[in-house]
Design a protein around this ligand. Structure first.
Ligand code: CP
Ligand code: NVA
Length: 308
């Protein structure tokens, strides 16, 4: 049984096969309406539970549509409406859900919830975002980069802003897919040292550069994300904005990267904060391709988990 808990916990060969399978499934659907079934129906007869303890637009819709395209059925559950939100243990919830469904996707706060769910479930569990990581997003981002620019191996990725959960999964991907990553942001918001060391141990170059304009020199891809994540306290908003303002991705910063550099943002974006509309809607931006590719990448993740 294959859980998809994190990129660094997944074998590089499996990661590559997931990306290739996502690209093949995407191209097989060219010209079809969104609701049309795939030719293959590998999830026929399968039930997928989608549990959300935090808000979501992309993860929720893309998993639901993806399961349906592959012939399966979904059940959307909000943590608050389940007994999970009222004291039933994660372990008991995992055991019970395993009697009803074939696959569990969960978006939660503390990653211990995800890990316990996987430990006690008899069915595969997928990480739909925790406070610490967001692996499905980065699988979509790798697919997106490679569609536009070919293999990501050996390229330079620059993360500008908060060293948050999405940044963490980019670091994991750097080690597994073999690309260099430069982080530029305030020292208080550096990515976790453990994740930096993990990527370095895989042999890729991980650089911390406080000057964003220097950081993006030679960049093939510039990435940012919101300055205040769902798990961050709203009371820290003003302080975080003040620290992060110099790391806004605007047209001057993109002009300092390679001329054909791509710009990514997992969305939802706060326009004119972490990125300007000029960049979001400009020639470097592939943000809506990333959003679309959540669908294709996650379909491939689910097939890999279920071995179908
Ligand atoms: N990028 C992403 O995970 O978006 P949602 O929060 O809308 O799912
Ligand atoms: N870092 C953001 C990502 C949202 C998809 C958050 O955790 O809120």
């Amino acid at each position: 049984m294959n859980h998809f808990l994190d990129i660094h916990k997944t074998d590089p060969a499996a990661l590559r096969s997931i990306i290739d399978s996502a690209a093949a499934m995407k191209s097989a659907r060219q010209g079809r309406s969104r609701g049309a079934p795939d030719d293959d129906q590998p999830l026929e007869g399968q039930m997928v539970a989608l549990i959300f303890e935090k808000p979501s637009t992309r993860t929720r819709v893309s998993f639901d549509v993806g399961v349906r395209q592959m012939g399966g059925q979904t059940m959307l559950l909000s943590g608050q409406e389940m007994q999970l939100g009222h004291g039933e243990t994660i372990a008991d919830t995992a055991r019970v859900l395993s009697r009803y469904v074939d696959l569990i996707m969960i978006r939660t706060f503390d990653e211990s919830v995800l890990i316990e769910m996987a430990e006690y479930a008899d069915v595969p569990v997928i990480n739909g975002l925790t406070d610490r990581t967001h692996p499905c997003q980065i699988m979509a981002d790798i697919l997106t980069f490679e569609e536009h620019r070919g293999p990501i191996t050996g390229k330079k990725v620059v993360w500008s802003g908060d060293g948050n959960n999405v940044c963490a999964s980019f670091l994991h991907a750097a080690g597994q897919f073999g690309f260099d990553l430069t982080f530029t942001g305030p020292a208080q918001l550096d990515p976790e040292a453990e994740f930096i060391e993990l990527a370095r141990a895989a042999g890729v170059r991980i650089t911390i550069e406080r000057d964003p304009h220097k950081a993006v020199e030679g960049a093939d891809l510039v990435v940012t994300d919101t300055w205040v994540s769902m798990h961050d306290s709203q009371s820290a908003k003003e302080r975080r904005h003040n620290m992060l303002r110099p790391y806004q991705v605007n047209s001057a910063l993109m002009a300092a990267a390679k001329p054909d550099a791509l710009f990514m943002h997992c969305l939802p974006a706060h326009r004119e904060e972490e990125a300007t509309s000029g960049v979001m809607d400009g020639p470097h931006s592939v943000v809506f391709d990333e959003a679309e590719n959540r669908l294709h990448a996650q379909k491939a993740v689910m097939r890999w988990c279920l071995g179908v």
